[in-house]
Ligand binder design. Structure first.
Ligand SMILES: NC(=O)c1ccc[n+]([C@@H]2O[C@H](COP(=O)([O-])OP(=O)(O)OC[C@H]3O[C@@H](n4cnc5c(N)ncnc54)[C@H](OP(=O)(O)O)[C@@H]3O)[C@@H](O)[C@H]2O)c1
Length: 303
């Protein structure tokens, strides 16, 4: 089966190399270019969790190489998704599935509007990867990956799951992918901005449980509107469990600020603020955190 990775960063390179290892055909799409020089190959070196190393070379394609595009795995940062997909609007064959794999929410509406006939899917993954330079990727943790449909033709793509399970380990189909995205969104909306603002690893939250509890409490009315039944205390416990399990890690938002990169805050806390406003719910603590991260982002990225 042909797979195309749009966004060969940390997670995209992990998916690419693991699919290649099980004998799948994989290429790398860069939609910032119409075409790449003939037969350009991108070398990659993947360090696996057991310390072994896997080297490979993957063909690169541009947005005019439409016949080479297979199952399109979109693994850019969330704010790069729409600009990365724009050059394919009206060009991508309607049979090509598009699978969004980012953290945060808010891109699916655009995708449904611009690619209404393609099979559309969303994925949630807790696999971990780190890109140390343009050619080196480190697999940093096993995790679970869930795929689910965003439209009715996406429902026909369950056949993709066994390939990803073979390549990555636990991968399953979810009938409720939106719910899984929301659950991850809530965890990210607490851990990511707090660790970015405090400049601390995830485990630091275990010493700041009151602030975590207050953020979960504030989100509760919105979560109830979304159909979740958990109490604020249960949400708080879930956030703290993730902080405990990943205590020594730095969140991606912390790392983005530390390396002067744009963060995903607009599609995490920003998305929650938008959804709350639609429901007439105020989230002052989350808004304050949002503004603090935006201030840090603007000082360090000169945006
Ligand atoms: N890393 C993890 O362990 C992990 C785990 C779970 C979920 N996630 C989520 O997965 C998403 C990706 O994260 P990541 O850590 O892999 O980010 P990343 O390393 O920054 O990868 C994104 C890649 O997309 C590339 N890109 C941007 N626009 C493109 C375009 N038009 N065409 C081709 N490539 C393009 C970027 O290139 P440039 O660098 O040149 O911009 C970069 O290489 C995020 O939403 C993240 O939250 C990550």
């Amino acid at each position: 089966m042909q797979w195309t990775i749009l966004g060969a960063g940390a997670i995209g390179s992990l998916f690419a190399t693991q699919l290649l290892r099980i004998g799948q055909s994989v290429n790398l799409l860069d939609t910032r270019h119409a075409q790449t020089p003939h037969q350009q190959l991108h070398p990659m070196l993947l360090e696996l969790l057991d310390g072994s190393v896997c080297m490979c070379e993957l063909p690169c394609i541009g947005y005019r190489d439409l016949s080479a595009i297979g199952n399109l795995l979109v693994t850019t940062k969330v704010w790069q998704v729409i600009p990365a997909l724009k050059p394919l609007v009206g060009r991508l064959p309607e049979t090509s599935p598009i699978i969004l794999l980012h953290n945060g929410m808010g891109t699916a509406e655009w995708l449904l509007r611009h690619f209404p006939h393609n099979p559309l899917l969303a994925g949630v993954t807790s696999c971990g990867a780190l890109k140390t330079d343009s050619k080196h990727i480190r697999h940093t943790g096993f995790g679970e990956t869930w795929l689910g449909a965003l439209n009715s033709s996406g429902e026909q793509c369950r056949e993709l799951v066994p390939y990803l399970a073979d390549a990555l380990g636990h991968t399953a189909w979810s009938e409720h992918i939106g719910e899984r995205q929301w659950r991850k969104l809530v965890i990210n909306a607490v851990i990511n901005p707090l660790t970015a603002v405090w400049n601390q690893p995830n485990g630091a939250l275990l010493d700041r449980t009151e602030e975590v509890a207050a953020l979960c409490q504030e989100l509760h009315p919105l979560l109830v509107k979304q159909g979740f039944r958990e109490t604020p205390e249960t949400w708080c416990r879930q956030v703290l469990q993730v902080a405990d399990r990943t205590a020594r890690n730095f969140s991606s938002m912390h790392q983005d600020i530390a390396y002067h990169r744009k963060t995903e805050i607009d599609y995490i806390t920003g998305y929650l603020l938008q959804q709350a406003e639609k429901q007439g719910i105020d989230l002052p603590k989350h808004r304050q955190l949002y503004l603090k991260v935006k201030a840090l982002e603007s000082t360090c990225t000169n945006e």
